[in-house]
Design a protein around this ligand. Structure first.
Ligand code: NAP
Length: 273
């Protein structure tokens, strides 16, 4: 019971990694507040966790909605011990995932054939402002908005742990998602800056940079693209959400009491930094 009676907010807890983190934290005795942009997704997770869990729908990219969510947490619990900034989207409105995958497959075939590459990604030059702002908004602005409100409560307590979901995209740069890579890189820098800022208050801030994890976010990728990822992953498999939840538990609990401003990358060896 590494989080016994601790109040933990997990954003994007209605799906994938966020849901697995909610489940693991509840198993470890936490009182989990499940956030998601969709009420029904948040409620489904909270219901599965049972008594002690609470669902609050809010768009983390909307600072007013985030303020309102934290006001509810403060009113109901009067404290916050753990914040996991997990909510995320892989693409923005108008991004054509299928077209990007088709280009990826064409490039692989061209490379394998040895006749030179004729297919170009051209993702950045054709990206809309809307897609850029959406992805940056959910990840980077969302992490900032939630962190800002969490720190107001955690500073009163002089304790707390913040865990930010970054990605190997921040470490390697993923050519198909420059906005996502930039947002995740920003999250890593924010993690370090805030970790230094609030260490004197007993608040720790760390990040997780997962590799390829089997969740609804990655479900749509083509067989060939999946094989390519596996081919670059020494462990030869994708990760499971519970494996990221285990890392989140470590960073959220007293097990990591001397760890702040760091990132851990459970990625099967895809990136070794
Ligand atoms: P997921 O299954 O799609 O879960 C993300 C959840 O966040 C969804 O329930 C989503 O709702 C919700 N969400 C989206 N926008 C939101 C917003 N503005 N406010 C609140 N909630 C919002 O994805 P996942 O794979 O578990 O990803 C979780 C985190 O891990 C993300 O930050 C992701 O970038 C990161 N990550 C994932 C991988 C991977 O391979 N899966 C690798 C590295 C990092 P909707 O379903 O309605 O959009």
């Amino acid at each position: 019971m590494k989080l016994k009676d601790r109040v933990a907010l997990v954003t994007g807890g209605g799906s994938g990694i966020g849901r697995a983190i909610c489940e693991r934290f509840a198993d470890e005795g936490a009182r989990v507040v499940v956030n998601d942009v969709r009420q029904e997704a948040a409620e489904a997770t909270a219901k599965a966790l049972g008594a002690g869990a609470r669902a609050i729908a809010a768009d983390v990219a909307d600072s007013q909605a985030v303020r309102a969510m934290f006001a509810v947490i403060d009113r109901e619990h009067g404290r916050l011990d753990v914040l996991v900034n997990n909510a995320g989207v892989a693409m923005g409105p108008g991004d054509d995932r299928q077209a990007t995958m088709r280009k990826g497959e064409a490039r692989i075939m061209e490379m394998v054939s040895g006749q030179g590459v004729q297919t170009h990604w051209d993702v950045t030059q054709s990206m809309s402002d809307e897609a850029w702002h959406h992805v940056i908004g959910v990840h980077l602005h969302g992490t900032f908005y939630c962190t800002r409100e969490a720190l107001k409560i955690m500073s009163r307590q002089n304790s707390g742990a913040i865990v930010n979901l970054s990605s190997v995209a921040a470490l390697m740069g993923l050519e198909t998602v420059p906005h996502y890579s930039a947002a995740k890189g920003g999250i890593l820098a924010l993690t370090r800056a805030v970790a230094r800022e609030v260490a004197s208050r007993g608040i720790r801030v760390n990040a997780i940079c997962p590799g390829y994890i089997d969740t609804p976010m990655t479900a749509g990728i083509s067989d060939l693209s999946r094989k390519l990822v596996l081919g670059r992953t020494p462990m030869g498999r994708v990760g499971e959400p519970r494996e990221i939840a285990a890392t989140a538990l470590f960073l959220a609990s007293d097990e990591s009491s001397f760890t702040t401003g760091q990132w851990l990358s459970p990625n099967g060896g895809l990136f070794m930094g």
